[in-house]
Design a protein around this ligand. Structure first.
Ligand code: DAH
Length: 344
């Protein structure tokens, strides 16, 4: 057999070689590349080749040697750690490897929980567009034309036209009251947008849940009772609330709702800035002008509305220290939340 034929034959053998154990890999190394191995033997015979053939054949020989080395590395690499000289080790009692299971985003968990609590009180869920017009986001809600909340600082305007990204879910109140007659009991969860610099405490997009109740004889006492039931359902029976007078263009009177601090129970800590209270939402009696803007007779009907930030509520439940974490989608963060937090 010519040297060339022997090279070609060996190449085929190298490619076909297999090894199941470390011993077999070593046998392959000795048989091919060892001192008396077949590749080595070829190099010995190469010395007898005529000078004019040496150049071309020499190149083939070098390639062959590289192939042999490469195949050896491959066979070694293919042996897993679970293999010994007697063959693969199978630990039949080893626990199965589980795949990564996804989980709900904490905002989704808390939003769903809020919806559930209101649903049990007879509230339906309504939605509106995230790109909203001036009437629904501002003017029907009684914002005067020069109100600072319409300022370029806060609102993302959409080029050409009077559209903007909604700055709050109160816009859905207007849409519902335009399309339905009282009694109305609805909540509107959704994303809102504000032109804010992003930091641990502020973001340009977040989530709110709005609630609206319009009927005959709806009173401030109904609002307070609803708030009390809601906060106790979400945070626990020991929680107390208080209302502070406030201002919103679309409610009169308006209030901000504080809840006794869930960390210290009211005695004072960092979360509540040593006041014992944390702010959780805004609310009030729907301004008669807003009802009239939606063709609901304020002489006949009254209502209350409230709006809360879902990120804020989520922070109080799960102690998330930085608003940016909600958007980073780091699985190490996302894996920590489970709906089992809530039992009811
Ligand atoms: N829309 C208000 C905001 O974005 C929150 C709010 C306050 C909603 C009072 C209400 C309300 O329905 O009555 O800050």
């Amino acid at each position: 057999m010519s040297l060339l034929d022997r090279i070609t034959a060996l190449e085929a053998e190298l490619n076909a070689a297999t090894a199941r154990t470390a011993d077999e890999v070593e046998q392959f190394r000795v048989a091919m590349l060892g001192r008396n191995g077949r590749v080595t033997a070829l190099f010995d015979d190469f010395k007898q080749v005529a000078a004019e053939e040496k150049r071309a054949l020499g190149q083939r020989m070098n390639v062959l040697k590289q192939q042999a080395q490469q195949r050896l590395d491959e066979l070694k690499g293919a042996l897993s750690q679970e293999t010994t000289s007697t063959g693969p080790v199978l630990d039949l009692s080893a626990p199965a490897r589980t795949g990564h299971t996804g989980s709900l985003h904490p905002i989704t968990i808390v939003r769903q929980r809020i919806v559930d609590i209101f649903a049990r009180m007879g509230f339906t869920v309504s939605q509106g567009p995230e790109v909203e017009d001036d009437r629904h986001n501002f003017s029907a809600l009684n914002f005067p034309p020069d109100h600072p909340a319409r300022d370029m600082q806060d609102t993302f305007f959409v080029k050409g036209g009077d559209l903007a990204l909604r700055t709050h879910t109160s816009s859905v109140q207007v849409r519902v009251m335009e399309g339905q007659r009282p009694p109305i009991r609805t909540i509107s969860p959704g994303r809102v947008y504000r032109n804010e610099a992003i930091s641990a405490r502020a973001h340009c997009m977040f989530h709110q849940v709005e609630a609206l109740y319009v009927d005959k004889n709806v009173s401030f006492a109904d609002l307070k009772g609803t708030l009390d039931h809601f906060t106790k359902s979400l945070f626990g029976a020991e929680v107390r609330i208080r209302m502070r007078p406030s201002y919103f263009p679309f409610t009169e009177p308006s209030a901000e709702v504080d809840m006794s601090c869930t960390v210290c129970g009211g005695s004072g800590c960092n979360l509540c800035k040593h006041s014992g209270w944390v702010e959780i939402m805004g609310c009030g009696m729907v301004d008669p002008a807003v009802l009239a803007n939606c063709d609901i007779n304020p002489e006949e009907y009254s209502g209350f509305a409230l709006g809360m930030g879902v990120e804020r509520i989520t922070q109080l439940i799960y102690r998330v220290p930085d608003l940016r974490m909600y958007w980073e989608n780091d699985v190490r963060f996302l894996d920590q939340f489970t709906a089992a937090t809530f039992r009811s």
